[in-house]
Design a protein around this ligand. Structure first.
Ligand code: 1CP
Length: 356
């Protein structure tokens, strides 16, 4: 059942664009907008682990709001991590500073699956508390809830940590497809459960991160991954909130990822947005709103070089029924917050609709 929300929220630039309706300006937010690029984030996280901070609503609320205040973005993203719901049910996974998620006992056999179970609201009362507080403090600014897609989360559980080639994960698909599908199915349930907690507490959109799916061929994606991500989108459909899907290097997969059930397709910097719209449309299901796609590396270029890139992306985004401006991937920790603030300012100024 769609949940009630305020009119200001319903008519926010972000939700209008996500539904493909015209709005006051092109909305903008940044993947990984909360985090180490912000001095106020580094200060508040001093001596507190990522896991601890995710369990403290006061910290989650403050960290989620920091980029909204600093950058003036059109959406907040809930502060958590894609592996957090597994930590919350006692699966042996830690987030190591400077590394990322690390797994004590990587999954090798069916016995390893038993610890992979979905959260219930009772497992994560602090998540519900933090979302509720955020929705009230954010007022008309939407809160995006998120989860990791089955493939990307599986890659950490199978590899044991971050990996460039995901070789063990791909080898598992071919050597033991039954185990692979059983794992991915459980991870779909994990994502559904965590997204549902966030939406039921008031999040007004969701993003399913399949960050590393771009390492797969379309054929492998279709066989091994798509059915599981589709299960997540299908389960979330009844809430009526926009569902965003994103991965890096997914130019060859955009049509399939759209077909998995996304309402909005995230695009990295490798494919221009107008070309992305063509690929999504060609795959069937009509044109859809897109999200992206400034190369994060541009944040380190002189401002004179950034401006025309922003303008180009805004022009290419017009090919879609709705455009949510974002980076093509997450904010790098070394990024200058002032540059991000100027990006938001320019996107708003350049895309402002003159009232008729
Ligand atoms: O202690 C720290 O500050 C460690 C850095 C950090 C942070 C700030 C990690 C470890 N996770 C997070 C929070 C986080 N993770 C958010 C909320 C912040 C925001 O977006 O504003 C989100 C949305 C994520 C999602 C996430 N975690 C993804 C998908 C997005 C993406 O960047 O592609 C992935 C792949 C992860 C895994 C992860 N967690 C942390 C790191 C450093 C990584 C990547 C490791 C790798 O390279 O494989």
């Amino acid at each position: 059942m769609p949940l009630p929300q305020s009119r200001a929220l319903d008519r926010s630039a972000f939700l209008l664009a996500a539904r493909g309706e015209p709005g006051p300006h092109t909305p903008v937010w940044f993947m990984r907008q909360a985090g180490r690029a912000l001095p106020e984030y580094r200060a508040i996280r001093q001596g507190i682990t990522m896991l601890e901070s995710c369990m403290r609503p006061d910290l989650v609320v403050e960290i989620t709001l920091q980029p909204v205040r600093r950058y003036g973005v059109d959406a907040a993203i809930f502060f958590s991590d894609i592996v957090f719901p597994l930590q919350a049910v006692g699966f042996g996974i830690e987030i190591e500073p400077g590394v990322g998620p690390v797994v004590a006992d990587p999954i090798r056999d069916a016995a390893g699956l038993t610890a992979v179970r979905p959260v219930t609201p009772a497992d994560v009362p602090y998540t519900t508390d933090a979302v509720k507080q955020l929705v009230s403090e954010l007022d008309g600014t939407p809160l995006i809830g998120f989860a990791g897609a089955p493939f990307t989360v599986a890659s950490y559980l199978v590899e044991g940590g971050p990996s460039k080639d995901h070789a063990k994960t791909k080898a598992l698909m071919y050597s033991n497809p039954d185990l692979w599908h059983a794992l991915a199915d459980r991870l779909a349930d994990v994502a559904i459960a965590y997204l549902s907690v966030q939406v039921e507490a008031g999040a007004s959109a969701i993003q399913l991160f399949d960050s590393w799916a771009g390492g797969l061929s379309p054929r492998d994606y279709e066989r091994f991954v798509l059915p599981h991500s589709a299960k997540v989108f299908e389960a979330m459909a009844s809430y009526g909130v926009p569902r965003v899907h994103f991965g890096v290097n997914t130019g060859e997969l955009l049509g399939l990822m759209s077909g998995a059930g996304a309402d909005v397709v995230g695009v990295d910097w490798r494919v221009p947005l107008d070309e992305a719209v063509r690929r999504i449309t060609a795959a069937g299901g009509g044109p859809k709103p897109v999200q992206g796609n400034l190369d994060p590396a541009l944040l380190f270029a002189p401002w004179e070089a950034v401006e025309p890139e922003i303008d180009r992306i805004l022009a290419e985004g017009k090919a879609a029924p709705g455009h949510i401006f974002n980076l093509g991937h997450g904010v790098p920790p070394e990024a200058d917050p002032e540059v991000l603030r100027r990006v938001v300012e320019r996107v708003h100024a350049k895309s402002a609709r003159v009232p008729a």
